[in-house]
Design a protein around this ligand. Structure first.
Ligand code: PLP
Ligand code: COI
Length: 338
């Protein structure tokens, strides 16, 4: 057994024994294979290095009570990777190849899938990068698709303890830019705002819509949701936010399992009084309750600075219960690795 204190894990890199790597050249993918080498040797002209021609994904493997291993909606990650790839002019990764490779990586690193009940999971990071000899602003001649993994704990320090967020004056994406694609450039542009938020003791930034700066778009690393006074589950809609798989799952659960009205709509930053709870949601963030939002000089507290609101808690328990196999999943949401 590997010597890891599962309960104490944060969200940091750990080298696990195996990763998958596949090469695309002359119009076709090779078969791909597992390797122990965690270094990638690529041409100095690779577009991923100069022009950000890359895309990535993030999903988790969950150890069930019975010792099985679940993936949560991995075909959605495959589809999103391919939408990102299309936007970045990269070749598609066939869905079967994507899911088979995920399973191979999980099984090869099975010792690193955290035990049930520790709150930790195995985070999987698929990525697709443009490589090969190039210098002009052109799509790369070759591509690498790889998946590595590591056990992780909570992304935001508090986990299920509410934390504070701050409205950023920067934009992470342009109105008709690449915000809806999971591509490196969006995250590179969020590093400085993120650091400024952390320096002021906030968990992360809240970005407003880049066209009018009046509506909440999302968090730097997760989508945003709020619970309205009349028990609606509300989450922003915009062409420049990342379509979160967690968010779409919560929209469905709120409606089907809790009889709430689930709305993709506008959340105006000057109308936060309409909401009684708020949170960040995503694979890494899971559901992270938002205590308060700092907007200029104004600090708005939702439910409580210390306690999780009841609706947020209920949604969390349902989502996480499904992921670990304790609660019955809607059809097709769980892909068993073993
Ligand atoms: N928004 C951003 C910017 C993200 O990086 C992520 C993480 O993947 C999400 C939202 C949440 O997406 P998902 O629920 O598919 O993980
Ligand atoms: C994820 O939730 O998988 C993310 O990609 C968020 C962040 C770690 C980039």
């Amino acid at each position: 057994m590997v010597d890891i204190k599962w309960e104490e894990l944060g969200f940091s890199y750990i080298k696990t024994p195996y990763r998958y790597i596949s090469y695309w050249k002359d119009g076709a993918w090779d078969e791909g294979k597992l390797t122990e080498d965690n270094m990638i040797h690529i041409n100095e002209g690779s577009t991923a290095l100069h022009y950000g021609q890359e895309a990535f994904e993030g999903l988790k493997a969950y150890r069930t009570k019975e010792g099985g291993i679940n993936l949560f909606r991995p075909e959605q990650n495959a589809k999103r990777l391919n939408r990102s790839a299309e936007r970045m002019m990269m070749p598609e990764v066939p869905q079967d190849k994507f899911i088979d490779a995920l399973k191979e990586v999980v099984l090869a690193n099975e010792e690193y899938v955290p035990p049930y009940g520790t709150g930790a999971t195995l985070y999987l990071r698929p990525f697709l990068i443009g490589v090969g000899p190039n210098i002009g602003v052109n799509p790369a001649p070759e591509y690498i698709f790889s998946i590595f993994c590591m056990p992780v704990g909570p992304y935001f320090k508090g986990g299920m303890a509410p934390t504070n967020f701050i409205v950023s004056e920067y934009d992470r994406a342009a109105p008709h830019g690449t915000g809806a694609a999971k591509v490196g450039g969006n995250y590179a542009s969020s590093l400085l705002p993120g650091q400024e938020a952390h320096d002021r003791n906030f968990s992360d930034c809240i970005y407003l819509d880049p066209a009018t700066h009046t509506k909440i778009e999302e968090v730097g690393s997760a989508n945003f949701f709020a619970i309205s006074k009349d028990n609606q589950f509300v989450t922003p809609t915009s062409p420049s936010i990342l379509p979160s798989i967690t968010k779409y799952s919560l929209l469905q659960l709120a409606e089907e399992r809790f009889g709430m009205e689930a709305v993709e709509g506008d959340v105006y930053i000057d109308k936060l009084d309409d909401y009684v709870e708020a949170g960040a949601c995503g694979t890494a963030a899971v559901i992270s309750p938002i205590a308060g939002i700092q907007n200029g000089d104004n600090f708005h507290v939702f439910y409580s600075e210390t306690e999780v609101g009841p609706v947020t808690k209920k949604l969390y328990d349902e989502l996480v219960g499904i992921q670990y196999g304790d609660v019955e999943a809607p059809a097709g949401w769980i892909e068993k690795v073993k």
